[in-house]
Ligand binder design. Sequence first.
Ligand code: ZN
Length: 480
Amino acid sequence: MRYGLSFLLCILLLPLVAQHDSLLNAYLASIRDNPAELTAFFQQMPKGGDLHHHYSGSIYAESYLQAAIDSNFWVNMVTLEVSTTPAPKTSDWERFSTLEKQGLLDLYREKILRSWSVKDYPFQADLPPDQHFFATFGRFSEAKSDFGPGSLSSFAAGLLELKHRAVLENVQYIETMFTGVRCPEAVLPNRYNGILENLQQQKKSDALQDTLAILYNKIDVSSNACAAAYAGLLESLHDSLQIDDDHFTLRYQTFAVRTVPPVQVFTRLVACFMAAEASPLIVGVNIVAPENDPVSMRDYWLHMEMFRFLHHLFPNVKYAMHAGELTLGMVPPEELSWHISEAVFRAGARRIGHGVDLAYETNPYALLDSMRQRGVAIEINLSSNEFILGVKDGRHPISLYRRFDVPMVISTDDAGVLRSNLTEQYVLLATRYPEFSYTEIRELVFNSVHYSFVEDNALKASLLARLEAQFGAFEERVLR
Ligand SMILES: [Zn+2]
């Protein structure tokens, strides 16, 4: 590093720690306009944790595709669906081995990668960005079966891929939204859906809580044993793969999908809370699927009430929530005014995922103050928000969160589908928001351990100590 004499004289008058940080801040400022320099810098920087990412969207499409090719699945050459069995009576389907013999495998490999991710988007895409993004999950779902449904052991390759990528880019902890709890759901009378919807329409919170208590008592016993069994399977998979070691730790969130009827959402959430209570490896619960889906929008308030109910029963179970992953034009504007605050105040979420429509909230300043006071962290997903919502640069509320000192973490959301990684999120942060100094960015990294859902204090302390040591070595390398 080279600095002018006057800069060095100013630096010498500062206490040692401040001198150290001034040099690092100056170094980041000197490379801020150069994406290649920034990439090299942030690639090497220890990045602590990634607290918001989805297992299936974090696996790169190449892995799913290779598994499908190795198993010689069928491909629909028109729709690019992949299946273990072809649909009846159609000549559109061929096996991968046939495509290979015909010299067409590379062509279809490229087409499928584009269909299963945002690679080369919008080339060959027939949907707008948000629909293309969410459609990818259905397209690779059958190939994913080698990584998924059935026994949990089929997740081994995916978990190891996530670990491998994290370690390579100096990420020491990840909190993965893994799967829902796979339990047979208690069959409850359908009329409860209507009852819950009615209470929601009338915003009768107390009566709703009473109804949820009745439902809970009906599903309690059957779910508990199954949730505990799921937690046990997850623990044995985790241990057998030796995921945790001296350099890396993985913990899991489980989740419910928000686009199904209310009773089903509730039943699944109950199983999630039970599983999280049963295993120290399942550190949190979430709710997923597009927030602008008609059912998600209709039942949003109801879902917040469900979290409130379950929090009283399971006060030790932590939960983060996708909230405010919306923007103007996606839904009517009045719908942008309340989701984050309901997640914070009604549901009591410990962290908010995305929170992009913050500026449209009825009282954004009061909400930001409350988030800071309550220590509710915001999970920032820059690539995801840019692709799915078209929100970036000054349209993104990150500067508002910063100005009100809301604890913030940087995360990837779906690095596989989005063809990105955590390093790139820091590059975007430094490029687009020069108000973040190196000192602040390092603080964000420490936040990613502080605001993780790790329960075990000794584990958290060791993650923080390791991070401190990693930063020491990294900064020495930068300043040498
Ligand atoms: Zn997400």
